[in-house]
Design a binder for this molecule. Sequence first.
Ligand code: GCO
Length: 468
Amino acid sequence: MKDEQTPSRARSSADFPTGFLWGVAAASYQVEGAVNEDGRGPSIWDTFSRTPGKVRHGHTGDVSVDQYHRYPEDVTLMRQLGLGAYRYSIAWPRVQPDGSGAFNQAGFDYYKRLSDELHRQGIKSAATLYHWDLPQALEDAGGWPERDTAYRFAEYAAACFAELGDYVDMWITLNEPWCSAVLGYDIGEHAPGHTSKSKGWAAGHHLMLGHGLAVHAYRSLSGTAGQPGAGARATAPIGVTHNFETPRPATLHPEDIEAADRGADMRTRFFLDPMLGLPYPERHFAAYPEETPPPVLEGDMEIIATPVDFLGLNYYFEPVVAADPEHPEGFCVVDSYHETTDMGWPITPRGLSRQLHWIWDHIGGRCPLYITENGCAMPDDLTPDGMRCHDPLRVQYLREHFSVALDAIEEGIDLRGYFVWSLIDNFEWSLGYAKRFGLVYADYINQRRVPKDSYFYLREVISGAEAL
Ligand code: GCO
């Protein structure tokens, strides 16, 4: 196993293959603001962020960086960076305020305007259908632990394909279903804030079922392109984005290697195996007999296994685990003694290499991969005149991870693109505005955007001029 260091061989960012897609990523509730405009309905994040004690300092996404109104300026920043794609998410409650029933044309129109602006400036439009903002009305009816939510999602997805099919160049059904399921329904750190293991796994299954139904609906559009009323082209690739964890064993002792393998069960295999036609991991439910396994009905696993065109990976860090006989599953996460980001997350670029290889081997190379998020919260040093922002640690973090991505391509992994999280500082969920992940500094008082050093660094990378 290699150390956490970058290879010494001289290379440059020009070594990324032609057509490699450089992008940035963001999510509707984190950047849009305008929560009460043009018919948008409430989402679980509106409710959660207004619930005292749930989000640091009581912050909400009500305004954030106001991208709903300022998208032309943000797209210009993207073009000046040389980006090939913007990965944003569609707010379900903007286009279908109650999550069922009537659609809201003004909501679709916003994403058409955004896509038109992206295209006008030569940037691809990569839409995620669900980045955590479930319409509140669906949560009131039980949310993701209820099977019906999967069907509602598929219906919403089909409407997006029909309305926006001529605008979107790349579809991502879900962002990080693990977070929606586990942080939302089991740990309760994210909206809607429930704390029930069984609800968590039921939510996980229904999210994956919703994903499968949506891909299935998309596939059935192929062949209807060009027909009156069909709308969608169904030619853009469709995939899903996960935040897998493939832990590193604390030592090379067989019991720690086994522990690391088990550590991938619920964070990775639970969400990946059904996509490959495999069952949910059984080891976990054997270790916790009191937990209810996901409510799988006949035919569900086949739907979830509907082939995708690519797999998106969000990578931030690699945990280290060791065998722990006291633990029901036989493993625990241990300190990894790495430097950390402002989130307290260890900086582990070689872990990206291990994860890419783990996933690539596990899926047998059956579809290309994209890194759909990678980035870091770091201390930002805004100059007193407010004109520059120095973030050398972010530059270093990105350089190390880009270098590993290039290694992976040279090692034969079909990695097609890399989306940095995020263009601009934004609402970091339960941490509010306290953590800044942007390449561009957001002044939340006057909405001024100040490109950080990392922005200019990425511009050089994309232009092919940076040593890696
Ligand atoms: C994700 C998160 C992002 C976070 C980012 C930093 O997709 O992982 O949804 O929205 O802001 O990961 O924590």
